[in-house]
Design a protein around this ligand. Structure first.
Ligand code: IMP
Length: 176
């Protein structure tokens, strides 16, 4: 693998500020209505942990893991579920929590899948909206930070399974 370095992009303080704001918006929009929060593994785990502890309504948490048949850093849009939900969705208010939306193809696929499960409502929350390569217009209800491009790691996001545990967000810069 090529050598690379990490360039600081979003600090822990900025992340905390945005997570606070998102939680306030969700609390305001949902009132005391119970919420089923669905985290998309693996990337969303850290954001989901921070976000859910700031939510005021009764919350249940479940996870799905999606694999997309992409080449390198590109997503193909062909997705399959490698770990499915364990809680029922029918009639529930659902908040899907994603770490980063790039082309939007993965989330578009999953939303289509969720439609068949008859939730009372489905809202989408992404911590990072990386908008420049968007191919599918997914309706993001809550967005932490918008960035045009760049490969980001930390705060749950990985590069070849590394750097997920970093508390801040960095951009991968290839050397040479
Ligand atoms: P999409 O289908 O192109 O929107 O891809 C979404 C998925 O690609 C995310 O859930 C991440 O797993 C991964 N991804 C996209 N951009 C990045 C990045 O900058 N860093 C780490 N993972 C990324």
């Amino acid at each position: 693998m090529k050598d690379y370095r990490l360039v600081a992009r979003i600090s822990e303080a900025e992340i905390a500020e945005q997570v606070d704001r998102l939680a306030q918006e969700i609390n305001r929009d949902h009132g005391g209505e119970p919420l089923l929060v669905i985290g998309i593994l693996k990337g969303a785990w850290m954001f989901l942990a921070d976000l859910t502890r700031r939510l005021a309504m009764p919350v249940e948490v479940d996870f799905v893991r999606l694999a997309s048949y992409g080449l390198g850093s590109e997503t193909s849009g062909e997705v399959r579920i490698t770990k499915d939900l364990e809680l029922p969705v029918r009639g529930r208010h659902v908040l899907v929590v994603e770490d980063i939306v790039d082309t939007g193809l993965t989330l578009e696929w999953y939303l289509r899948h969720l439609k068949h499960l008859d939730a009372a409502s489905v809202k989408l929350c992404a911590f990072i909206d990386k908008y420049e390569r968007r191919e599918a217009e997914v309706p993001l209800d809550y967005v932490g930070i918008r960035v045009p491009e760049g490969f980001l790691v930390g705060y749950g996001l990985d590069f070849a399974e590394k750097h997920r545990n970093l508390g801040a967000i960095y951009e991968v810069e290839f050397l040479g």
